[in-house]
Design a binder for this molecule. Structure first.
Ligand SMILES: Nc1ncnc2c1ncn2[C@@H]1O[C@H](COP(=O)(O)OP(=O)(O)OP(=O)(O)O)[C@@H](O)[C@H]1O
Length: 733
């Protein structure tokens, strides 16, 4: 709808007057909060002199109806300086105008000046549509920079209403979608759409699944849901904690500003490779080769790890034998008897907690061997066996406290892997041991934190839960040499014990959360679901995902693991149907590719069209630098924001080097980002060049599904650049 500049300026001035009032009241409230804090008075008081967030009056909203809380949240918002007031609805009833903002603000008479976007009174701002206006005549979105109103976008929702309200602009959603993208995700609090709002405001309990194709806002909606849940369940969630898990640190950096821009800073964000850092004291960003990653993610690993723990660390025959001499009688237990005791203990308790019980059973078994016809007092026999130096030495070797890395490192031994991983194929076993090649040779390498992969974190976490925490104090300060052992054996065992003693395992139990939000859930492997469940045995969940973008080759296995996680909990699914990211020209191409291999893919409808078709280019390996350079120079002139260069892993460093050595590209290097298709998950760029689609398919565990991820990252323009081969194009026919 067209409006004159004068109309716009007049409306802006009107809104500015209201925004000024809001800020004046905020200043007063902040001052009052400060003085409350300074006086150290009880904060939650009935003299509501300042402001709070809304008029509802129920216990729910009273909870933080005090200046201190609001001032704290305001301080978080301040860092961002995004408009505090961003919306207004004009209601037919009583000509009421309601302002919507990031937090609620009242004036000195306790009248609401701004309603928190999460309050029930704000719901109509998001839900009203022309088909169902919910009493709203006009919805207005205010664009502010700091505390200045700089633009307005209106939607007329009830055209039948007799109103003189001016309608300005083309609608806020389109204005927001066509803006250039930066390096971090922005909140969408001013333009949340009705179907998104339903998922955001879904009840807290059980498991909420947010599904839908690429670019439908699943991530951003889930983050707004976290903010909403904190608002409606603040006491429970601030105490119990909220954890947001995403695929990588790059992704966490991309989304990290969204919650603070909504006034929330109590949420913990972790990449999947960091989730187990609470018990392991380490995290990882390293990806395994496709084959190894797949084996390590599969549920078959549970049995492999259990068997691994049951296999004694030392299986030298001398170490698997205990002998004590009492009154000239040699009492001994052989490997088979010791094996039985071991199984009995491990059936009852975790290895690191079972040593005392194992010792008790060994002593009982040894005593039972003492000949009945040789006279000895039971108490004396007990003492002689118990205090025999060989016994302590034997126990240190047979039942050492084990750390998870120490145990997992054993899978670098192909022979042992062959024994414990009987359910895996020979190829799977080979991939597994090859991935631990870095550990071969030196024991202490298990401590090399850089070697472990993201997939290993879930295996190590599983091991911690099988082994129990390593006890701090081990009475192993004795000089160790095994009875009947040779010198080499003595050294090996002593080394082993020293290793155990110098370890500094993190004994904290897992940190648990009241709500866990998992993004890119389709890529969470079954082993990783088990790791996550340990962080939320009682929690409610929000799970975001799109199976069509999965890089785990067995989506059915992940779905099964997810079903187990959900169990009998209440489950509700919201499927987002509109693609807000890519223009229809770009998404149509991606949709053709995915439907050929994954006919069940959710295909959202693109909300925009630019009239610009994707460019399909081809080059040779030798000419790649020149061809890519030409495309990037073109794109830099065509889009204002970021340009993503999505490459197969094998070309990552080649392309990074190319960018570094080029003067003309250096001029806009802050807009260029090189990523592999897997790293690009969840991210978006205004211009995207997908380099060598065929190699992306060949190198990624998810094949074409990962190419689909790459093809759906552009908000404006897409270029594909084939290198030598163009096989993927057969998917476009
Ligand atoms: N209601 C909205 N208003 C404005 N922008 C929106 C809205 N919904 C989504 N967007 C924008 O669309 C883009 C895609 O959102 P998001 O990354 O959350 O999608 P996604 O479904 O998680 O995508 P993918 O599956 O590809 O990771 C983002 O730039 C987001 O800000």
């Amino acid at each position: 709808m067209s409006t004159s500049r004068a109309d716009l300026n007049r409306e802006i001035a009107l809104e500015q007057a209201h925004v000024d009032r809001v800020y004046d009241n905020l200043d007063a409230a902040t001052a009052s909060a400060k003085s409350l804090a300074e006086q150290g008075r009880e904060i939650y008081r009935s003299d509501r002199t300042g402001w709070t967030r809304e008029e509802d009056g129920t216990a729910l909203f009273e909870r933080d109806a005090f200046a201190y809380q609001a001032a704290r949240r305001l301080a978080i918002l301040d860092a961002e300086h995004e408009g505090l007031v961003f919306g207004r609805i004009d209601l037919a009833k009583d000509d009421e105008a309601r302002y919507i903002g990031r937090i609620g603000v009242r004036d000195s008479d306790y009248e609401p000046l701004v309603i928190d976007w999460r309050a029930p009174a704000a719901e109509a701002f998001y839900r009203a549509t022309p088909a169902e206006p919910m009493g709203v005549i006009r919805r207005r979105v205010l664009r502010c920079r700091d505390d200045k109103v700089i633009g307005l976008e209106d939607d007329l929702l009830d055209s039948s209403a007799d109103t003189a309200l001016p309608i300005i602009g083309e609608g806020a959603l389109m204005a927001s979608l066509t803006r250039a993208r930066g390096r971090t995700m922005k909140d969408i609090v001013a333009t949340i759409q009705a179907e998104q709002d339903e998922a955001i405001r879904a009840p807290y309990q059980g498991v909420t699944i947010i599904a839908g194709g690429p670019g439908t806002g699943k991530t951003v909606v889930a983050l707004h849901r976290a903010a909403y849940l904190l608002y409606t369940n603040r006491a429970r969630l601030e105490r119990g904690g909220v954890l947001v898990v995403g695929p990588s640190n790059v992704f966490m950096n991309y989304i990290e500003r969204v919650l603070p821009s909504l006034g929330e800073d109590t949420v913990t964000l972790k990449a999947i490779g960091s989730v187990a850092a609470d018990v392991l004291g380490m995290s990882s960003e390293r990806m395994d080769q496709a084959e190894a990653a797949t084996v390590k993610g599969s549920l078959a690993m549970v049995a492999v790890l259990r068997r691994l723990v049951r296999t004694p660390l030392i299986d030298h025959p001398d170490a698997l034998r205990v002998r004590v001499t009492v009154k000239g009688e040699v009492l001994g237990l052989e490997a088979r008897e010791l094996g039985r005791i071991r199984d009995q203990v491990l059936a009852q308790t975790k290895l690191n907690r079972g040593r005392d019980l194992a010792l008790k059973l060994v002593i009982a078994a040894l005593k039972a061997k003492f000949p009945e016809d040789v006279g000895i007092e039971p108490a004396e026999l007990d003492e002689r066996v118990r205090e025999h130096p060989s016994l302590a030495m034997f126990m240190n070797a047979w039942w050492p406290a084990l750390s998870a890395p120490r145990v997992l490192a054993r899978l670098s031994d192909p022979e042992l892997t062959g024994r414990v991983a009987t359910s895996l194929t020979a190829e799977q076993r080979a991939a597994l041991t090859a991935s631990y090649g870095w550990l071969r040779g030196s024991e202490a390498d298990a401590d090399n934190l850089k070697g472990w992969s993201i997939a290993d974190m879930a295996l190590l976490d599983e091991l911690v839960s099988i082994l129990g925490p390593v006890p701090e104090d081990r009475d192993a300060d004795v000089d160790v040499f095994l009875e009947g052992g040779d010198v080499a054996e003595v050294l090996t065992t002593a080394d082993l014990l020293r290793f155990e003693r110098t370890e500094d395992p993190d004994e904290d139990p897992q940190t648990t959360y009241a709500h866990i939000l998992v993004d890119e859930g389709q890529d969470v492997t079954p082993m990783q679901w088990r790791m996550l469940r340990r962080r939320g045995p009682q929690s409610s969940w929000t799970i975001v995902g799109d199976p069509a973008q999965s890089s785990y080759p067995y989506p059915e296995e992940t779905a099964k693991a997810l079903d187990e996680l959900i169990g009998r909990a209440q489950r509700r699914t919201f499927t987002m149907s509109t693609n807000y990211r890519s223009p229809s020209e770009v998404f149509d191409l991606a949709a053709k590719v995915i439907t050929k291999v994954y006919p069940d893919a959710e295909l959202p409808k693109a909300v925009r069209s630019t009239g610009i078709e994707p460019r399909l280019e081809a080059t040779t390996a030798a000419d790649l630098p020149a061809a890519l350079r030409g495309i990037l120079l073109d794109l830099a002139g065509q889009v204002n924001g970021t340009i993503g260069i999505v490459v197969p892993p094998s070309r990552l460093s080649e392309v990074q080097l190319l960018l570094m050595g080029d003067d003309r590209l250096a001029a806009f290097e802050d807009r260029l980002i090189v990523v592999t298709a897997l790293q690009a998950k969840g991210l978006e760029y205004d211009g995207v060049v997908v380099v060598s689609p065929d190699e992306i398919v060949a190198e990624a565990p998810g094949g074409v599904r990962v190419l689909y991820v790459a093809l759906t990252r552009a908000t404006q323009r897409l270029v594909t650049l084939d290198v030598d081969t163009s096989k993927w194009r057969s998917l476009l026919d």
